[in-house]
Design a protein around this ligand. Structure first.
Ligand SMILES: Cc1cc2nc3c(=O)[nH]c(=O)nc-3n(C[C@H](O)[C@H](O)[C@H](O)COP(=O)(O)OP(=O)(O)OC[C@H]3O[C@@H](n4cnc5c(N)ncnc54)[C@H](O)[C@@H]3O)c2cc1C
Length: 402
């Protein structure tokens, strides 16, 4: 594992900085600064996706044969660091980061040739249809049925908490194709355009006031058999492979470090009893130091895991659960401390000042605009992608050999 940057790495960092300086325009910066959702709004996400695509930098983790940039792990980390520091839009990864590895491993040549270039260019915007109203942690109990009719499946049922379904034009979904044997044995993995007749989307507004998640209904939707990834009734294996990327893909150390930097910025500007600012307060500094140590430990663990990983492959089930668990819980601790640091500024309703269509002036200083909404949205991070309890169960099973 290389710990120091070479001259080439530093030249690459300069190249990334110059690119961000030129392309992450003041207008885009202003729009992104008011985003508090898990991902950037659809239009903003599309614009930034296109800019990275045109530069050839949209899919750092993809193998070069499919359009990845061929970076070293260090270059990938530098790119992520620079983007996080600049505060570029958080792009939804349902296509590029989750479905793409599945297509690369389980897709036919025709599926790879059709889907991967469109995912790369951003022509296809994806959402994930795993959870159902009665099936979340116990995902294998899912009930959305797909009945074979000639060259099609006829799909009926409902998916819920579907992030960005209102922007997506494609969905990947798990369906029940058999009720024989164990529940896991009767699941298949399909992909469908969102404008297929019979699909409808109902918004769910989160407690921060944002619209990121939805319920998606399937009413006798015809999905060609050619849109199945992997064999019929073997979708559970495909689904679990995708979850390894959902839980263990990317790196959280850098975004969490940047979140800590934002927290320091708040603390330097907030008053404290008996100290020049909250940043000088010994109790606050102790709490901040604890978080810094945890972020550093996670960042180094991620670097070690990245060093083990082959091009385009996942890091494995247990390591993915460990990363997901630590990163989501640590993110929430930073959000908690940010709320404490903000004091009264954490209370105003800033919804009118958030999002790309925002037209109200924020209440209080600029640093107080997004943290409360981020805190509220961040409650979901220990639920989506599999709850913390579920990750602990997976780790316990691995550690105890159950
Ligand atoms: C903001 C957000 C975005 C999401 N986006 C998507 C998406 O795009 N696509 C998608 O398919 N899904 C999405 N989800 C759904 C998410 O994956 C599920 O919410 C999650 O898997 C938990 O399922 P559930 O909500 O049904 O809760 P349940 O499974 O009912 O769990 C309820 C509680 O019981 C606990 N629990 C359950 N089983 C066990 C057990 N065996 N041992 C110990 N504790 C247990 C859980 O940890 C939780 O605390 C999203 C969820 C949220 C909140």
């Amino acid at each position: 594992m290389a710990l120091r940057s070479s001259d080439d790495d530093e030249a690459f960092r300069d190249e990334v900085r110059a690119f961000l300086e030129a392309k992450f325009t003041p207008e885009l910066r202003a729009l992104t600064a008011r985003q508090a959702g898990v991902f950037a709004d659809g239009d903003l996400a599309r614009r930034w996706h296109r800019i990275l695509f045109e530069r050839g930098w949209i899919a750092p983790a993809w193998p070069t044969e499919y359009g990845g940039p061929g970076w070293t792990p260090r270059q990938g980390a530098i790119f992520q660091e620079e983007c996080a520091r600049a505060g570029t839009p958080r792009l939804p990864g349902m296509g590029l980061s989750l479905c793409a590895p599945v297509i690369m491993r389980y897709g036919t040549d025709a599926q790879k040739a059709f889907f991967l270039p469109r995912m790369l260019s951003g022509e296809h915007y994806w959402c994930q249809g795993y959870s159902e109203p009665q099936s979340g942690s116990d995902l294998a109990s899912l009930q959305t049925r797909a009945v074979r009719d000639g060259d099609d499946y006829v799909v009926s049922g409902s998916k819920i908490w579907t992030t960005h379904a209102q922007f997506a034009n494609w969905i990947f979904l798990l369906v029940r194709t058999s009720t024989e044997g164990k529940p896991q044995a009767g699941i298949s993995f399909l992909v469908s355009p969102m404008d297929a007749p019979g699909i409808s989307v109902r918004p769910i507004i989160s407690m921060s006031g944002e619209h990121e998640v939805n319920q998606v209904f399937f009413d006798n939707v015809r999905v060609p058999v050619a849109n199945r990834m992997g064999a019929e009734n073997e979708g559970w294996t495909v689904a679990k492979y995708l979850l390894e990327f959902e839980r263990g893909g990317g790196s959280s150390g850098v975004p969490l470090s940047v979140a800590l930097e934002r927290l320091v910025d708040i603390a330097r500007n907030q008053p404290a009893d008996g100290a020049a600012s909250l940043y000088e307060d010994p109790v606050f500094r102790r709490d901040l130091a604890r978080l810094e140590i945890e972020v550093m430990a996670l960042a180094w663990t991620e670097r070690r895991l990245a060093g083990r990983r082959r091009d385009g492959e996942s890091i494995g089930n247990a390591a993915a659960s460990l990363k997901k668990l630590c990163a989501s819980e640590l993110g929430q601790k930073i959000e908690d401390l940010s709320m404490r640091a903000l004091g009264l500024y954490a209370l105003p309703d800033q919804r009118g000042a958030l999002g790309t269509g925002a037209n109200e002036s924020p209440i209080g200083p600029e640093y107080a605009v997004t943290p409360t909404a981020r805190f509220l949205n961040g409650r979901a991070s220990t639920i989506f992608g599999g709850s913390s309890e579920v990750q602990r169960n997976i780790l316990a099973r691995v550690a105890l050999g159950l």
